[in-house]
Design a protein around this ligand. Structure first.
Ligand code: GRG
Length: 296
């Protein structure tokens, strides 16, 4: 199975699980559940849950045990996108080729849908994780790491630094700090959670953490490049959002060719990190190829 087949199968497995885990649209209050489901099923690539499942496999673990965490991480990612698109943040009208959540449901409901996705993610991680027979101490560590990744030193901190940086000139160190919190933290925990739930050793965790950090960096640099060179119809949102919000990015700081070189360097370090893992880590290797070549 190649990576694109793996991604297709993973997306189907994750979508079916998310459908089971989320309250139905018929449950009251219907509108909040419709809003949550609208963004969750709007066509995301499911790259983070794919990494969680691939990391569990890479350490020889059972992917089914990592499925609740994979879904929880995708719900948190969706929450971050809904809030990132709000008028008070990036003020984007389109996401994944569809009107953003607040454009369809209004700002008040979009804020609540994001909040509800976060609390639901933690609830399902604990409830389904426990019912799947995951040991309480592993589950507790996963919850600890997921919540840390979301907080003021993770996604929220990264978003805060990003907002404060608008209109200011940054150096590479600033960009690395912002990206590793805003984008990197969720990739890092997606991989680490999969490795922990798959029963990986401390050594496995160390190499997979190095993999995830480089993967996250390459992913974000590519995102910056696509905001300049991407095809709107393919990426599903307006290009040029960073320029409109006067953001320094890898593309504006270094120019496209050098930004590409830096993304390639991060990809190559991600691959090197996997050197001591065997064939079970091949999906993680293919994921790097996907990031290097991605057009959306
Ligand atoms: C969710 C804890 C939490 C906090 C909210 C708004 C915010 C604080 C953080 C913003 C984080 C953010 C939007 C980072 C950008 C990450 C990024 C590169 C998103 C694009 O990811 P893809 O390409 O998207 O995987 P799809 O649509 O495929 O899922």
């Amino acid at each position: 199975m190649n990576f694109s087949e793996f991604m297709t199968i993973t997306a189907k497995t994750v979508d079916a699980a998310l459908d089971r885990y989320l309250p139905p649209e018929t449950a009251d209050p219907k509108v909040i559940h419709a809003s949550m489901r609208y963004s969750v099923f709007a066509g995301g690539k499911r790259i983070r849950p794919a990494l969680t499942l691939a990391a569990a496999k890479a350490v020889g673990g059972d992917q089914a045990r990592a499925l609740p965490a994979a879904c929880a991480i995708e719900l948190i990612h969706t929450y971050s996108l809904i809030h990132d698109d709000l008028p008070a943040m990036d003020n984007d009208d389109m996401r994944r080729g569809k009107p953003t959540n607040h454009k369809v449901f209004g700002e008040d409901i979009a804020i609540l849908a994001g909040d509800a996705l976060f609390t639901h993610a933690l609830h399902l991680l604990v409830q389904v994780g426990r019912d799947t027979g995951i040991s309480p101490s592993v589950l507790l560590t996963v919850v600890e790491e997921v919540t840390k990744a979301c907080g003021s030193s993770g996604l929220i901190g990264g978003q805060m630094m990003d907002l404060m940086a608008e209109g200011k000139s940054l150096v590479e160190e600033d960009l690395v700090r912002i990206h590793s919190a805003k984008t990197g933290a969720l990739f890092r925990v997606a991989v680490r959670a999969g490795a922990m739930l798959g029963g990986g050793s401390d050594e496995d965790l160390a190499v997979l953490t190095a993999y995830a950090e480089n993967f996250g960096l390459a992913f974000q640099i590519t995102d910056d490049i696509l905001d300049v060179t991407g095809d709107q119809a393919v990426i599903g949102k307006l290009v040029g959002s960073d320029a409109r919000n006067r953001k320094t990015t890898y593309a504006t700081l270094f120019g496209i060719p050098e930004a590409r070189r830096k993304a390639e360097q991060a990809c190559s370090e991600a691959l090197t990190a996997l050197d001591r893992l065997g064939k079970e880590a091949d999906f993680l290797r293919h994921a790097v190829q996907f990031v290097a070549l991605r057009e959306y």
